[in-house]
Design a protein around this ligand. Structure first.
Ligand SMILES: Cc1cc2nc3c(=O)[nH]c(=O)nc-3n(C[C@H](O)[C@H](O)[C@H](O)COP(=O)(O)O)c2cc1C
Length: 201
């Protein structure tokens, strides 16, 4: 079966990078990127998370290497950002860490979030510099992901393989919200390793 290694487990890759926006994106542009990404990624069985703060992007993509690498190639060619630098390519994960959404974006600019996570405010310059560090960026992404899960009241830990949910964000047609009520009702749901647990979705 596609995606399974010879020892019988799902071959998963996690790719994390940082980049710089060419010009400061608006909230709507960020929501547009996250929503388009979520729909595309869900088709490719990819999950992950995106953070933007004052011109710096951090993103993690998780899924089959055959899907993640071409997606990253497309993202890297996107003219909305530059100076793309891979922070990690991890081939050893058994389960996604950012598995709830096919893609979602966490605002890093809320003072409450920054205080809760780092104990103080962080400015854009410090963030741009420190995000070159793999551990720092992983912590930021993870905490932003957990924060978003708490706000949306969903279970952050996803075991096995399941399609990521589509986030609640303003959609491109101007409708106030886009939401998939039943993220489980996917044609490829039969290929899951384990059934979903807990109240995800
Ligand atoms: C910071 C950033 C992150 C992105 N992440 C994704 C992603 O996870 N998945 C995706 O399909 N497109 C992502 N994109 C958009 C792609 O570069 C590209 O515009 C998009 O895949 C084209 O989709 P479409 O052919 O459906 O219009 C991202 C763009 C930027 C600037």
């Amino acid at each position: 079966m596609e995606g399974w290694s010879r020892v019988g487990r799902w071959a998963m890759m996690s790719l994390m990078y940082r980049s710089e926006a060419l010009r400061p994106p608006s909230m709507l542009e960020l929501a547009e990127i996250a929503l388009t990404s979520a729909y595309n990624n869900r088709d490719g069985g990819i999950t992950g998370f995106l953070v933007h703060f004052e011109g710096t992007f951090l993103q993690v993509l998780e899924g089959e290497p055959e899907r993640v690498e071409p997606l990253f190639g497309r993202i890297a060619a996107d003219g909305r950002h530059e100076n793309i630098r891979i922070l990690e390519r991890d081939m050893d994960r058994r389960s996604p860490v950012f598995g709830f959404w096919a893609m979602n974006i966490g605002p890093f600019d809320g003072p409450l979030f920054q205080r809760a996570v780092f104990g103080r405010r962080v400015d854009g310059r410090e963030f741009a510099e420190r995000s070159a560090d793999r551990d720092y960026s992983f912590q930021v992404l993870l905490r932003a992901y957990l924060h978003a899960c708490v706000i949306e009241d969903v279970t952050p830990i996803v075991r096995g393989r399941r399609p990521g949910a589509i986030p609640l964000l303003p959609n491109r047609r101007g409708a106030p919200w886009a939401m998939e009520a039943e993220p489980w009702a996917e044609p490829w749901a039969e290929s899951w390793v384990e059934p979903p647990r807990g109240g995800n979705g």
